[in-house]
Design a protein around this ligand. Structure first.
Ligand code: FAD
Length: 226
């Protein structure tokens, strides 16, 4: 049974204060693309009350705090290319679309790491690395349209998986926002950032059920052998 609350006009106004009116969707027609992923069929669709598009971890945190206080369901969404219905807001509430968080934050050639926001389209990473004759092999075959946050959340793997492994193998660190709105850094850019519980592995493949991924640091990127 769905025991969650729905988004009221007053909550909507609070959400608008955080991300700006332009980054909020409530119009039914415009909500449609956010009511499904790539799984076809009406029974795999559900409409949210609202789509919210934050631009930073701080904005994500503020949205999560509101959702927590008002007991609203939140469904994180990358590019919506999933084939398991994970981004479908089955309980309504808020779809938290990470599409505006699409910057490459740091590219460290000497240490073979790249740190990105979750909304970066996966092929963008390889386009950047190719200039240095490197590549990041952990991507799924939807790399032209999926996002890095979605790849981590599903632990995706594609054509290179047998030889090089899946996404999780390349994740060194994450910044995440917890359901109560705290921002947390786990793991890190250095290979030896492994003190304590291995929360990076817990978050990889968690499909948006534990936290919202707001930064991904990938390491171990490879020389391109042609
Ligand atoms: C043509 C095609 C080919 C594909 N090939 C492959 C393949 O080879 N291998 C493979 O594994 N998959 C494949 N997929 C499935 C899909 O592309 C991958 O699962 C991809 O990783 C999903 O990324 P996305 O950004 O679209 O995520 P979405 O579909 O938006 O979301 C997927 C899940 O991740 C969660 N999520 C998304 N972003 C975040 C975030 N920032 N924080 C927390 N949770 C988040 C969502 O809540 C949801 O549960 C394919 C899909 C298509 C359409």
């Amino acid at each position: 049974m769905n025991t969650f609350n729905t988004v009221t006009l007053s909550i909507l106004s609070d959400l608008e204060d955080i991300v700006g009116t332009i980054n909020i969707i409530t119009d039914k027609e415009q909500l449609f693309p956010y009511s499904h992923d790539e799984v076809p069929g009406k029974k795999y669709r559900a409409f949210p009350d609202v789509v919210v598009k934050p631009a930073s971890a701080e904005e994500v945190a503020a949205v999560m705090k509101i959702a927590h206080v008002h007991h609203l369901p939140v469904t994180p969404r990358g590019a919506g290319t999933g084939l398991a219905g994970g981004a479908v807001p089955v309980y309504g509430g808020i779809v938290l679309s990470l599409e505006r968080m699409d910057r490459i934050l740091d590219y460290d050639l000497a240490n073979l790491t790249i740190t990105v926001e979750p909304g970066v389209i996966t092929k963008t990473i390889n386009e950047r690395l190719a200039r240095d004759n490197l590549f990041y092999p952990g991507y799924p075959m939807s790399k032209e349209s999926c996002s890095v946050g979605g790849n981590v959340a599903t632990n995706a793997g594609g054509g290179h998986a047998v030889k090089y492994g899946v996404t999780g193998r390349y994740v060194l660190g994450l910044e995440v926002v917890l359901p109560t709105g705290e921002i947390m850094q786990i793991g890190g850019k250095r290979v030896k950032d492994v003190t304590g519980y291995n929360l990076v592995s817990l978050l990889v493949g968690s499909e948006g059920t534990l936290a919202v991924i707001t930064t991904v640091c990938s390491g171990n990127i490879m020389p391109f052998f042609g």
